[in-house]
Design a protein around this ligand. Sequence first.
Ligand SMILES: Nc1ncnc2c1ncn2[C@@H]1O[C@H](COP(=O)(O)OP(=O)(O)OP(=O)(O)O)[C@@H](O)[C@H]1O
Ligand SMILES: O=P(O)(O)OC[C@H]1O[C@H](OP(=O)(O)OP(=O)(O)O)[C@H](O)[C@@H]1O
Ligand SMILES: O=C(O)c1cccnc1
Length: 490
Amino acid sequence: MATRYPDDSLTLHTDAYEVNMVQTYFEEGVADRHAVFELYFRDLPFHNGYAVFAGLERLIDYIKQLRFSETDLAYLASLNQYSPAFLAYLHDFKFTGTIRAAREGDLVFNNEPLVQVEGTLVDCQLVETALLNIVNYQTLIATKAARIRSAAGNDGILEFGTRRAQELDAAIWGTRAAYIGGFDATSNMRAGKIFGIPVSGTHAHSLVQTYRNDYDAFMAYARSHKDCVFLVDTYDTLRSGVPNAIRVAREMGDQINFLGVRIDSGDMAYISKRVREQLDEAGFPDAKIYASNDLDEKTITNLKMQGAKIDVWGVGTKLITAFDQPALGAVYKLVSVENERGKMVDTIKLSSNAEKVTTPGKKQVWRITKRADGKSEGDYVALTDERPDHEDKLHMFHPSYTYINKDVTDFNARPILVDIFDQGQQVYEIPELADTKAFAAEQLASLWDEYKRDLNPQIYPVDLSQKLWDHKQHIIEEVHGYVSSLKFDN
Ligand SMILES: Nc1ncnc2c1ncn2[C@@H]1O[C@H](COP(=O)(O)OP(=O)(O)OP(=O)(O)O)[C@@H](O)[C@H]1O
Ligand SMILES: O=P(O)(O)OC[C@H]1O[C@H](OP(=O)(O)OP(=O)(O)O)[C@H](O)[C@@H]1O
Ligand SMILES: O=C(O)c1cccnc1
């Protein structure tokens, strides 16, 4: 059985190798060396043209509580791997780092930093696992939600996924991410309570089964609720469900708001058209048709193509589990570290796969938009001492295929990474969730449709500044020089 600790913290929500490395840094006297790590993903999820960043609120909560509690330390001591001096050091540990991140709801792309952690090696290393855990999941769900929003157009979309989510936390934070990405409401009451997300719900088949017929069930529901959406597919949608919903709506009249009916099985294009006819003929043209049953952006697009008369889409499993791509795959890499002489040295991880070679140095991402229409030109990743927003002309080129290039003038450059913590102090206030959602919608509106289409979107340019590109080539050459100078006896 799980042990409940009165002072449990999230600090040990980390991989053992982080603590192991931290012990090495401590024992070797380099724990306080300054370092910069950056979190980014290499491939956009779902073959999408963009991702919607989410996770910042939880990231802030996590950093704010980051202390080793007495039982955390007692547990580490019980492993007999960590020295008393190291445990005493952890006892006094306090996060004093600086964190910059994209704002929730902002669009982010592959191969650019979404979160940057600057601090001691210990600060940076300890937070790696939790930061990846939080950002990977929430960004994935916000992006999936944005795809579903795009398929649904202006129709209502409701998050129904809690029962199918990967446990409780995923349901709660996933529904928040879904709301940022464009969902209108959730069925999860606690998410409503905690985050103020609008809550919406109909009823289950069990209600109809309990009363053993549609009429009695809908009548019972109508007597106990003002707003009514009846689930009409328990026995026979067209012959029993809808006719009985209409009968109850007529009998109850003004005593209820007959909002509509929900269908949860069968051929939803065919059935919804017939249901629409039945409701219209009965004098309920404003009653809406809700649909649910393993929906996602593909089924919704397809159903719309077939002329389905569905007004509100309830989406569960395929949203909350990011069914077609269950992991984002963001990584967290060291880009700069203080050497033994106190100088910051930019670092690289080489790979035979060009995509996997990291980009050294502490960076800022600049979103370049045309001044005239606010539309996106691409992202420009630069070293932090560069100020592309002060330039009149930017030369933007593909970092691998440099012949793909353009000169951009009359542009605005917006820094994507904003200060969240400054030397351990929170300097960023999380906006109201509704504002974050509106911000996401605004950002999406400024992106060309070519990057937003569901199938084979155009690849959004994420370019390196000339200075950063040169710097990277220089460091690659330095490392190659070092490797080829090595001599082995065997
Ligand atoms: N007209 C349609 N075009 C494309 N997909 C559809 C259409 N109607 C329903 N679907 C989707 O097809 C799948 C059908 O699921 P399933 O085979 O479980 O049938 P069902 O009618 O829901 O049966 P059950 O009663 O077992 O739930 C669902 O994902 C549903 O969203
Ligand atoms: O299909 P999803 O996208 O995951 O949406 C959530 C599903 O959860 C409910 O079904 P469930 O069979 O769990 O309960 P019910 O008895 O109310 O139909 C609901 O009717 C949806 O079909
Ligand atoms: O309110 C609903 O209709 C609902 C909620 C959760 C899951 N399925 C349906």
